[in-house]
Design a protein around this ligand. Structure first.
Ligand code: SAH
Length: 192
């Protein structure tokens, strides 16, 4: 990380990749709850190694196609199972306390139908499901986008949800730029 570059401080999307890259082990089962264009799916697939697995969810076919293409081009398709389903269904595909990391990158699919954004109700529902399938000491990571009204409401609700986890003994942190023209994207990370 070079502080003279424009990439400093790192964006939440870069920071979450650095953090998760350092904690995912060979053989882990991990979940990308919002596959989108597959940038995070690819990183997760690289981290879990030959014996690990990534479950990747997205409701949009365009996202699944894009993400699958990225993973296939890297030769990692055999490590990833794609589901064109809402992330609230992740519990149908992973056993209780089996998952090392669940990550969400909220908002809309860049370059595609902006209508199909994540929504507060389903996001919170999926976070509740994630709690059950995460291992003890498993990590939940959520990149929030408060820069537009709906995203701000969703980000606020996710942060409130995380605050409840703190009261239950989880360790939670928030990272994001300050003093920006519009509220900047931020990362919430939580350890069970
Ligand atoms: N905001 C990010 C990209 C987020 S992509 C950025 O700027 O890079 C978010 C993805 O979540 C989209 O591809 C969208 O289709 C997907 N999504 C929306 N609702 C979902 C749901 N209920 N379950 C799974 N994926 C969902």
């Amino acid at each position: 990380m070079n502080p003279s570059e424009s990439q400093f401080p790192p964006r939440p999307t870069a920071l979450v990749q650095q953090m998760l890259g350092g904690m995912i082990c060979e053989g882990d089962l991990v979940i990308d709850a919002t596959a989108g264009n597959g940038h995070d799916t690819l990183l997760l697939a690289a981290c879990v190694g030959e014996s690990g697995r990534v479950l990747a969810f997205d409701v949009q076919e365009a996202a699944i196609i894009s993400a699958r293409g990225k993973v296939s081009a890297a030769g990692l398709a055999n490590r990833v199972e794609f589901y064109q389903e809402s992330h609230e269904r992740m519990g149908d595909h992973a056993a209780e306390e089996s998952v090392a990391v669940v990550m969400f990158n909220l908002g809309y699919l860049p370059g595609e139908d902006h209508e199909r954004t994540t929504e507060t109700g389903t996001t919170l529902g999926a976070l509740d499901v994630a709690v059950g399938i995460l291992k003890p000491h498993g990590v939940l990571a959520v990149v929030c986008y408060p820069g537009h009204p709906a995203g701000a409401k969703e980000a606020e609700a996710v942060e409130a949800w995380m605050t409840v986890r703190v009261a239950q003994g989880w360790r939670v942190a928030k990272y994001g730029a300050i003093g920006t023209r519009k509220p900047a994207p931020f990362l919430l990370v939580a350890a069970k």
